[in-house]
Design a protein around this ligand. Sequence first.
Ligand code: SAH
Ligand code: SF4
Length: 363
Amino acid sequence: MTVDEILNLEKFTFENIKVLLGSNGEDRTKLFAKSAEIKEKYVQNKVYFRGLIEMSNVCAKDCYYCGIRKSNKNLFRFNLSDDEIIKAAEFAYKKNYGSIVIQSGEIQSQAFAERIEKLLIKIRELSEDKLRVTLSCGEQNFETYKKWKEAGARRYLLRIETSNKKLYEKLHPQDGNHLYEKRLECIYSLKELGYQLGTGVMVGLPFQTVDDLAGDLLFMKEIDVDMVGLGPYLEHPDTPLYHFKDSLLSKEERLDLSFKMIAILRIMMKDINIAATTAMQAVDPIGREKALKIAANVIMPNITPKIYRENYKLYENKPCTDEDAEECQSCLEARIAMSGNEIAYGEWGDSRHYQKKNENSLF
Ligand code: SAH
Ligand code: SF4
């Protein structure tokens, strides 16, 4: 089947997706044009801001790809104070961002759970419940997710990283603390609790194949996600996977594949929220703008206090570690206008996909 024929199908099969992921030249342009057309029709040219607060780089996990993994001794570990987090949330609220994301290394303790709960309540108060809060604090038990939901969190980002269990096991220590099944269970718990669910993968990982990526897209469709954040895998010298750096696709190829992934996803799941991720910008200074043109409708300006950013390096060359939140915003405003999009200030930007499901469930 040709790319033209595939793009006119109602539903993509595994084989169709593989063809699209391998498209080049004119076919690739057609894929991006189709995705942009669907984006325009279903989510228009609005870009939603999520102020990103990188709360702490303390992590109990040891993922083989990540620069802030527990065993990396080559960095200063920080933990923002409650006051710093509240100030960042206030900044987002005053700037009319509509929404923030609190992201952190993974800590599964009672104290951590309670701290997040208190912060959620404070943020709700300071914003009169007008700031949507997304959490991205890794795997937790059902009770903790439930408490956080009750305290005001509405969305949760937990990337599956790869939907291929065997590959997942190669990317994580097999010590009982990095189980694929547990990751899945968390994803299902979040769904059951009624969170707007975000997941995602890294693209261009060592040992990853096009089959894996096609499987990832079908996985996202299958679990019916509301939001997706995906981007190129970027090697970090202080991680075990760095050893395989010479076997990787070039960074440009990883980025291009990421663009194809979000384009196919936009066509498959028309009204979800898709992020233009920072990892895309790490490869190409206008990587996020390209993503916004093709398929994405969400961007996450970093509002972590500048002094800590240097230490939240999940990968090499992470951009914007030397800017403060104001600078970050004005830079983004210009960039988004350039991409033909418009910032939706003051809007929550809930995933339409999620909204529709909930409207339907009323009947
Ligand atoms: N600890 C939480 C959230 C912080 S990590 C969690 O793991 O869910 C956020 C994301 O950063 C991860 O989900 C992973 O997809 C991404 N990441 C980590 N290391 C990376 C790397 N080397 N290249 C690209 N993305 C990376
Ligand atoms: Fe920790 Fe998340 Fe990095 Fe894994 S990806 S080491 S859980 S911060």
